[in-house]
Design a protein around this ligand. Sequence first.
Ligand code: GLC
Ligand code: CA
Length: 585
Amino acid sequence: MTVSAESTASGAAASAGTAASNVTPLHPERARSATDAALPDPSEPWWKSTTIYQIYPRSFADSNGDGIGDIPGIIGKLDYLQTLGIGAIWLSPIFASPMDDNGYDISDYQAVAPEFGTIEDFDRLVSEAKARGIGIILDLVVNHTSDEHRWFTEARKSRDNPYRDYYIWRDPAPDGGLPNAIPSVFGGPAWRFDDATGQYYFHQFSRRQPDLNWANPRLRAEIYAMMNWWLERGIAGFRMDVIDLIGKEVDKGITAEGPHLHDYLKEMHRETFGGRDVLTVGEAWSATPGSALLYSGRDREELSMVFQFEHVTQGWDEDHGKWKPKPLDLVALKGVLGKWQLALAEDGWNSLFWGNHDLPRAVSRYGDAADYHVASAKMLATVLHLLKGTPYVYQGEEIGMTNAGFESIEEYRDIETLNMHRLHLEAGRSPEDFIAGANQNSRDNARTPMQWSEAPNGGFTEGVPWIAVNANHRQINARTAVADEQSIFHHYRTLIGLRKRHGVIVDGVFRSYLDQHPDVFVYTRTLGDERLVVVASFADHQVSLTLPDELRLSGACLISNYQPVSSLGETVSLRPYEAFAILKG
Ligand code: GLC
Ligand code: CA
């Protein structure tokens, strides 16, 4: 792709019409106006103009009929992912684990779980993906381990075991009770009494996920050595599970964004991935626009970006959190998305996502899976992928997979859902009321198997799937989607391709319009002389809009979900869930 500086510096080459995609300009700004004004700045990191695809291995593709997705299954689908156009895969954990939390409870960081395959399978995945221009990003789960990790089985043996201080132990309170009132995310207290040594250990998730003690430098060194071992195998980066929690100070009641968090991240950067061309993204539910600049600021030497969740949590119920349905409030949603666009406009970097393995399906949550399945799924993709940041597509989102719709608790598998079901019922809630909430926000909504075809079990497995396949796989599946040029899949493919070719999508300045409008999301992205206008309706009915003067323009329609629209007048009439983008050059 790159040629020598001498040839790119030559004005003759540019005026002779050298294709800009073949050169790395010395001065991107000048070269862009001299050649193709649209291309992304090649001096920026690769992960700014690419799209990441998340795989939840258990539910992606089962190669051996045991009902559980595996690494050979993923390898068999790489051509599909190459067609989609993604640049990297974030792989949810594939490491040895008792699977109390589906692999987010790791018992050996340097071993592959036997149900997912072998280390040879993993190495083959890395090289086969690389051959298709796709990197592999591993899930780094280092806030906690499994209680079956050797560090923990050692630590709990005695108070003076060399591994004792890898975890967080406290004496009972004077009355014999819990050391303090910190709750676990999965319900109940975050402390568990361990009989053998008469102390409590701290666990922010299940009691089988004891928290690591990051204050211990020996523990940190072991983690860095493990990270380097994976980096040496040629991975493209790390997604870091609940990384905002590692700096906790439990005695002060501080769990998220503790005082030493950024010191640890800087140390990790220095000791592991610093200087390597990788993507790092931290999961940070507590991130604010201010702290996101600390994690992802250009000169901070911490992470490439974080996942923040404000657009998700703004839609939760004040009392029951995510366990009670709440209608979509577009004004609030736009407010949060726009706030983050502006906050990280100059420095830092956003990640863009509607869903992941912990969240409901995008089209079920933000669109209309029943009446406008295709139009609303395409609209959501359009709105998200044309924002500034790195987009993430969660497996199945690209074909418009929907929530599970499980009717009884027996169908659910997720530890959080099962725990919360018990706790809410104990607190007097009716089972029906809880299921209504779970139908909207249980993590299992995203964990039903990938729908590959109309075959039994959606082509996911020849055996019995570990969790039920959605019955709608007969209509919604990858085989049908790839064959249909008008499908949601091809809409995603187009958007992913646009980001690679248009600098305005990567770097353009964001500005929103009609912020108080309850049904539409309108924004522009501006870079140099180029202006991209994105118009999207979240309504299941026709909407008429009056546009401000500056948006009355015409240009090239880059994408649309009805007919192409290439000029805007004073008023615009939008069909249900209509969305389009116009580029004025
Ligand atoms: C993260 C993961 C989630 C997991 C939790 C504990 O939030 O995304 O799936 O249960 O951390 O590891
Ligand atoms: Ca399998």
